[in-house]
Write a protein that binds this ligand. Structure first.
Ligand code: FES
Ligand SMILES: [Fe+2]
Length: 359
């Protein structure tokens, strides 16, 4: 169950360097994604119409892409333009899909091509990942055998951090999420949230978060000041945006409690749970920050990897238990902390139902 008419991240630009052709299934469609010699990005069905060899096994040529099997060539619009030793190529085309580059990512549109001019489903909040002023925008992509909706649920559900990620951000601050109230702004030791048509935002705050908080936030402040440790309490704020169907941004702001006017340490963690099939996803992730230089990236990459390794078995285990069934059809029990993920599910279901109705 996918929202078809939306822009989805299909590749990191660096994956397309040196005439590489990326084979990737998105929304159940096998794609060959590459940058042509004219610089334009192409996303086409990964299937040669001759004998159905994957075009991603081929190579880039001046005319477009050449199939690895019998050498037929296809232009960026999918048209067959050459067959070796044959004067006239057959009138055949490969399906192509709109693709754009924005915010440091390659986005593809697999829905109704007539609607692809609307770029509003590319989340504005991802601008930060394409801005060189923000440091550490390395790409991370993980294949995960999980329905993208379970990943969305996981991102709304910060309460799991206390049990799955206790050594990083699973401190007492995650308990604030169970006390969600509609509203805007930051509430000390509580959470406010707003629900829009296609997005949800929630904010949490601790005016003085000490050792009872997860160590990750204090370690960011220590790192930004070249210290090993920050034992004092911190002012901690987190603002999280989710944009339907699959994009989440965590903006974390930390400053010493006795320096209210100090520039805060800020990070954005950006998550995109791109559906591969009904039961598997490509998980694109980036973390960028407002301090330091590239030499500090390694610990962030290691920490992100460790956190993924903690979530992955739980999520893949859920998927194994569910099989082809949808979680909400199985009548799960829900807790107080599940309110926002249920709102997110409702928005997705409404978008999917609206597409089905429009046919
Ligand atoms: S399968 Fe592609 S040219 Fe034959
Ligand atoms: Fe997690």
């Amino acid at each position: 169950m996918f929202v078809s008419n939306a822009w989805y991240i299909i590749a990191e630009p660096q994956e397309l360097e040196n005439e590489a052709i990326v084979a990737r299934t998105v929304l159940g469609k096998r794609l060959a994604i590459y940058r042509g010699r004219d610089g334009a990005i192409v996303a086409m069905e990964d299937r040669c119409p001759h004998r159905f060899a994957p075009l991603s096994l081929g190579k880039i040529t001046d005319r477009g892409i050449q199939c690895a099997y019998h050498g037929a060539e296809f232009a960026a619009n999918g048209q067959c333009v050459a067959v070796p030793a044959q004067k006239n190529p057959p009138d055949a085309t490969v399906d192509t899909f709109p693709a754009v580059e924005k915010h440091g990512y390659v986005w593809g549109w697999l829905g109704d091509p007539e609607l692809s001019g609307d770029e509003s489903s590319i989340p504005d909040g991802f601008w930060v990942s394409g801005d060189p002023a923000w440091i550490g925008g390395y790409g991370h992509m993980e294949s995960i055998k999980v329905d993208y909706r379970l990943i969305n649920d996981n991102l709304f559900d910060i309460t799991h951090a206390e049990f799955v990620h206790p050594e990083s951000f699973g401190g007492e601050e995650v308990q604030f999420y169970r006390d969600a109230k509609r509203g805007t702004g930051f509430r000390d030791r509580g959470m406010t949230y707003e629900v829009g048509d296609n997005h949800i935002v929630f904010r949490t705050h601790a005016a003085a978060l000490g050792q009872e908080g997860g160590p990750l936030w204090r370690s960011l402040l220590a790192q930004s000041r070249g210290l090993d440790d920050w034992p004092e309490p911190i002012d901690f704020r987190m603002e999280v945006y989710w944009w339907a169907p699959v994009y989440t941004s965590f903006h974390i702001t930390v400053r010493p409690i006795d320096e209210p006017d100090a520039d805060p340490v800020e990070i954005y963690n950006l998550h995109a749970a791109i559906p591969e099939t009904e039961a598997s996803s490509h998980y694109f992730y980036r973390s960028v920050r407002n301090y330091g230089d590239a030499s500090m990236n390694a610990p962030f990459i290691e920490a992100a990897q460790a956190i993924f390794e903690q979530d992955k078995p739980v999520l893949e285990g859920q998927q194994e238990v569910l099989g082809a069934r949808d979680l909400l059809d199985e009548d799960p029990i829900s807790f107080r902390g599940d309110r926002l993920q249920l709102e997110g599910r409702r928005i997705l279901n409404e978008l999917i139902a609206a597409e089905a109705k429009d046919g």
